[in-house]
Design a protein around this ligand. Structure first.
Ligand SMILES: CC(C)(COP(=O)(O)OP(=O)(O)OC[C@H]1O[C@@H](n2cnc3c(N)ncnc32)[C@H](O)[C@@H]1OP(=O)(O)O)[C@@H](O)C(=O)NCCC(=O)NCCS
Length: 179
């Protein structure tokens, strides 16, 4: 499988990736019902600066148009030391280790960029993501006052980078997590 940073010319691939997701997968990722992503949202999701915002995609090796198998992304919060992440795997590829591997690669990149702590919000019913998080050694905690949500988090000091280095910073973007 080929893993690469997302690019500005991935708008159509990102649109197709989102469109092909089951309603449940889309809702688990975004926490709202998204029927058709706007061009503005697609532009935000495909614009990264490799510093505050980062997104990696897994490309289907058998697809001539480079269809996405999975997308994982993070955005630094205002402290600069922590970042929120999210990961999505195309339904037909779920349960085959892609989410675990891509999340690991994203965390290694984040550690190299000086991010010390990474966290994500997950529905308490999202057993698959919670299992991925536990497999990665993440801490799983409940959200006070909201039994429907869990926070998964990890200190990145222990993450040892093994994948190739990526490129330097460009520009920042708001609304990058798509939420
Ligand atoms: C959550 C998600 C990213 C996981 O990616 P994936 O490629 O399917 O996950 P993997 O194959 O790497 O690992 C799945 C793990 O969950 C386990 N699992 C699968 N279904 C499960 C279930 N119903 N209950 C408990 N564990 C389950 C698998 O056994 C595996 O664990 P194991 O390696 O210990 O056996 C993917 O399912 C997805 O895109 N879901 C929709 C979007 C989403 O929920 N994103 C998370 C928001 S941050």
């Amino acid at each position: 499988m080929h893993v690469r940073p997302i690019r500005a010319d991935d708008v159509d691939r990102e649109r197709c990736f989102i469109a092909a997701l089951s309603e449940e997968s889309r809702y688990q990722r975004l926490f709202y019902v998204l029927r058709e992503p706007s061009l503005q949202l697609l532009s935000q999701l495909t614009t990264i600066d490799f510093d505050r915002t980062m997104a990696l995609v897994v490309v289907d090796p058998s697809s001539s148009s480079g269809d996405f198998v999975a997308v994982a992304r993070y955005a630094r919060d205002t402290t600069g030391k922590s970042a929120e992440f999210a990961v999505t795997v195309a339904n037909q590829w779920q349960g085959r280790g892609v989410g675990t591997q891509l999340t690991t690669t994203l965390f290694e990149f984040a550690a190299r960029r000086g991010i010390e702590h990474i966290y994500g919000t997950v529905f308490a019913t999202n057993e698959r993501m919670l299992q991925v998080a536990r497999n990665l050694g993440m801490t799983v905690t409940s959200v006070p006052g909201d039994a429907s949500l869990m926070i998964v988090s990890l200190d990145l000091e222990a993450v040892r980078p093994t994948s190739p280095r990526c490129q330097p910073a460009r520009r920042t973007q708001r609304g990058f997590m798509g939420q």
